[in-house]
Design a binder for this molecule. Sequence first.
Ligand code: AVJ
Length: 321
Amino acid sequence: MNQLVRFHDQQPQLSDDSLCRELLSGLCSDPKCCSPKFFYDRRGSELFDQICRQPEYYPTRTEEAILRSAAADIAEAVGPEATLIELGSGASRKIRLLLEALRPSRYIGIDISRDFLLDSTRRLAADYPWLDVHATCADFSRCMAWPVGVANEHPVAFFPGSSIGNFTPEEAEAFLGRLHPLLPAGGGLLIGVDLIKDPSVLEAAYNDAAGVTAAFNLNLLERLRHEFGADLEPQRFSHRAFYNGMESRIEMHLVSQVEQEIHVAGESVHFAAGETLHTENSYKYSVEGFRELAGLAGFAPRALWTDPERLFSLHYLEREG
Ligand code: AVJ
């Protein structure tokens, strides 16, 4: 196959010092925490892909149904000749649902998982020969910059999957605030946001019967071992996910089954029995609540699509001013 994708590498070495320091500072804080971006090594990205196919995990199929049924309306709102920039493009699967209706001139996938990104964007370029496909390996949670000169024409950021839910509301506002200056006035943001709903539906989605979410959570420990040299034993931890109604968020934790001491990069970390490592938050919003947050960052609501059960929302926002 030809080299159909233009690749822009903005990612410093994955196990570089600053990532390791970030990891350690979370492990050494009280309570212990770890950024969910550490989930996404190659195996983690594959497991996340499998999560999206679990019957209990409604967000993916619901958002895909919205994208499919609203594609023409989305094309109308976005307009022609867009440069679509997907933040955390993963398998680049959702964008396919929009390409025929939208006919953008360019697609830029940005993801932290380099090999996965390259495979996915190469497949996309092969399947859509008329599309100018770019791939940027970067950690967009830290810094965000479009590849120079590539995103000039009508940039529209695409941030599906309720990935925004990984940020606290304060972080989400700051993130949108950093996205704002990268877009010209009238530039767009098409963003998927999971909605507040019955906690039993939410909790089932993060505790699938096949145990894929548990494997995804526990894979973080494998990564700590292989990439960061931790001496821990994964079977001494278990998966826990629950809805925290006060904070409107799903929390995922790794629960230490025993009292133990682990060593990572020269530091020793003590776990009491039952103590947890908080690995992820997944915030849920009301439509109004999310619009308010986006408004604080300078984005105006332009269009909204939801499914009939109101499980999930897709917002089209425009950069103001
Ligand atoms: C990718 C952050 C949207 O929060 O639902 C899925 C990640 N974690 N199952 C989510 C996830 C466990 C997912 N996001």
